[in-house]
Write a protein that binds this ligand. Structure first.
Ligand code: HEC
Ligand code: HEC
Length: 404
């Protein structure tokens, strides 16, 4: 992708990004890049099928994640080309490019393998990926945007010559999307029951409080170790991820078409898209820690969407090593193939030393069934759109009306 700025106006707008937010309820004539980005995000016209927008997979009513229980979504001109990973929520995204921190821990970046350095870069993929919106190139995108109902806004924001060159149009489209993803309030509402609890406005129920204690207890759930539950040093609300990477050894999901090929493995941080990490075999199989905000609204869990409910996902954490036969298949020789979604020589990469997955067969799991219930009760308090009057939450509650 060309990284040059197509016009001074755009460069200026990029500088201004982050200084100016977008109003919660974008009114007619809202000329911020983020408001335009919202319209682009919702436009199914920007795809080869004419039926697939960003919002098809990142559904605003489902916390900007997938709305179904499929492990992977299908795109392309006929909506029949399967993807490779489950759809992450776009709420509470990190801000930074992938890097190794002071201790050498891989951190941040966009996508489950951190390969995109910025939202601007990330947004290039879906438009042209054969399994997603599948447009041919920047010229195809330009033709669609120029014919879209928001073409005039596009000109008003980026100048009368905004459609002059296709690469510039594609960059402006991605810029608007990035502005939307970074600054739209519906992507960072911080209005879950847990937020109201942290603000001292609502008390958690007993089961929720027990779940919180288990979540933070380093000898029990230890979830807080990666899914940060406390406010930052600057008072910022917790995001329930530290944006690091880990290898959980999630079993292979045979519902993903690509997995029919026995030599295919989704290796996350050392996959073919991470040529920069090709010599880091120790990182094979690691995926980004997702936020647990809105996790109770998901119908599939982990990068390969194997587990279909939250309870089962947590059971996996605590029983993977005490009862591996519940999760992994046996080979023809009858031997259990633990960590069957990694080539055998990479199985040692799986994290087997950190609580709660540090057990051995014969030991008790770190959490029993009643404790898992409490943990689930707590995780439900992380759903956006909490209404204290009914003690219910709905991530669609505070969405702005669809752009005009
Ligand atoms: C066909 C479904 C589909 C469509 C359409 C789609 N996405 Fe995604 N999106 C995904 C999947 C799957 C991933 C995870 C990909 C990976 O990790 O390799 C993802 C990842 C992302 C991420 C990275 C999130 C993170 O946690 O780092 C962003 C940002 C994103 N998409 C934005 C968009 C935008 C903007 C559009 C429209 C231009 C879009 N997506 C269209 C399925 C889709
Ligand atoms: C050492 C780091 C670590 C710890 C500790 C940890 N997790 Fe995770 N968690 C991850 C990573 C990494 C993923 C993503 C794995 C993948 O996609 O394959 C994840 C994913 C999840 C998911 C799936 C979310 C989604 O959007 O698909 C749930 C649910 C979850 N964790 C809950 C918990 C709970 C509950 C605990 C405590 C019992 C916990 N985690 C402890 C690293 C951790």
């Amino acid at each position: 992708m060309p990284r040059r700025f197509a016009s001074c106006r755009l460069a200026f707008a990029i500088l201004a990004l982050g200084l100016a937010g977008v109003p919660a309820h974008a009114a007619d004539g809202d000329l911020t890049a983020a408001a335009l980005g919202r319209e682009i995000f919702l436009d199914p016209g920007l795809s080869a099928s004419g039926q697939m927008s960003c919002a098809t997979c990142h559904d605003p009513a489902h916390a900007h994640a997938q709305s179904n229980a499929l492990p992977v979504q299908a795109g392309g001109a006929l909506l029949d080309v399967p993807g490779f990973r489950s759809v992450p929520s776009l709420r509470y995204l990190n801000r930074a490019a992938f890097s190794f921190d002071k201790e050498g821990t891989p951190t941040a970046g966009f996508n489950r393998d951190g390969r995109a350095a910025s939202l601007l870069e990330q947004a290039a993929r879906p438009f042209v990926a054969p399994h997603e919106m599948a447009l041919a190139d920047a010229a195809a995108i330009t033709a669609k945007v120029e014919a879209a109902p928001y073409a005039d806004r596009f000109r008003a924001l980026f100048g009368e010559d905004a459609f002059d060159d296709a690469d510039g149009v594609f960059l402006r489209v991605r810029f608007a999307l990035a502005a939307f993803e970074q600054s739209a309030p519906e992507l960072h509402p911080f209005d879950a029951k847990y937020d109201a609890f942290l603000a001292g406005r609502v008390m958690l129920a007993p089961a929720e409080l027990r779940g919180l204690a288990l979540f933070n207890n380093p000898r029990k759930g230890n979830c807080n170790g990666c899914h940060a539950s406390q406010r930052g040093a600057d008072g910022s609300p917790p995001l329930f991820t530290d944006y690091t990477y880990d290898n959980l050894g999630v079993p292979r999901n045979m519902e993903i078409p690509a997995n029919a090929e026995p030599t295919y493995f989704d290796l996350g941080l050392c996959g073919p898209d991470r040529v920069d990490l090709a010599d880091r075999r120790d990182l094979c199989g690691a995926f980004k820690v997702p936020t647990l905000r809105n996790v109770a609204t998901r119908q599939v869990f982990f990068h390969n969407g194997l587990f279909k409910n939250l309870r089962d996902a947590i059971r996996f954490y605590v029983r993977r090593d005490t009862h591996p036969d519940e999760f992994y298949p046996r080979g023809e020789d009858g031997a259990l193939r633990k960590f069957d979604d990694l080539p055998a020589e990479l199985a040692r990469n799986v994290n087997a030393s950190e609580v709660p997955y540090d057990r051995r067969p014969g030991q008790a799991p770190r959490l029993d069934d009643a404790e898992i219930d409490d943990l689930v009760a707590f995780l439900v308090t992380l759903t956006d759109g909490y209404d204290a009057a009914t003690d219910t939450a709905d991530p669609a509650r505070n969405l702005p009306p669809s752009a005009p």
